[in-house]
Ligand binder design. Structure first.
Ligand code: GDP
Length: 140
């Protein structure tokens, strides 16, 4: 089951810029089924916990500040090959390098404020999904 799911967040920049609807439309058009979703906000502590793997990176403080700066949309998505296909749909981390038509190319501002998160492995998709959702909040 975990292998056909990924986890995403529409980040505070894209929410503030009014892109929730367009991004969800792209996700659905990309063949993903939304099996869990919530509009929420991360505390700085929760953002730090979510991105703990990046704690040693120079941008960690900036990343945690940004991710707790406003509301986000968190969601679990289902599709065959979900993790890899979603990374293709969102494009490269830096929107300047993202392929035409990708979500980051269309909606992201910078390498830090890059509109969406997408899990990088099946293992992390499961961990990140459990971070945000209880089992009773997931509907497949
Ligand atoms: P992702 O898997 O494509 O999201 O990229 P990474 O796992 O490498 O980085 C996680 C997140 O940290 C990115 O999505 C960005 O929001 C942020 N980030 C990555 N590199 C930088 C950087 O050089 N500067 C800043 N400010 N943020 C960055």
């Amino acid at each position: 089951m975990a292998t056909n799911r990924t986890f995403t967040m529409i980040k505070p920049d894209a929410v503030a810029d009014g892109h929730i609807g367009n991004i969800l439309k792209d996700i659905i058009a990309g063949g993903f089924k939304i099996v869990a979703m919530k509009y929420t906000k991360l505390s700085p502590e929760k953002a730090g916990e979510f991105y703990a793997v990046h704690a040693e990176r120079p941008f960690y403080g900036e990343l945690c500040e940004f991710m707790s700066s406003g509301p986000i949309v968190a969601a679990i998505l289902e599709k065959d090959n979900a993790v890899a296909d979603f990374r293709t749909l969102i494009g490269a981390t830096n929107p300047a390098q993202a392929a035409e038509g990708t979500i980051r190319k269309k909606y992201a501002k910078s390498i830090g404020e890059n509109a969406v998160h997408g899990s990088d492995s099946d293992e992390n998709a499961a961990i990140e999904s459990a971070f945000h959702f209880a089992g009773t909040e997931i509907f497949s």
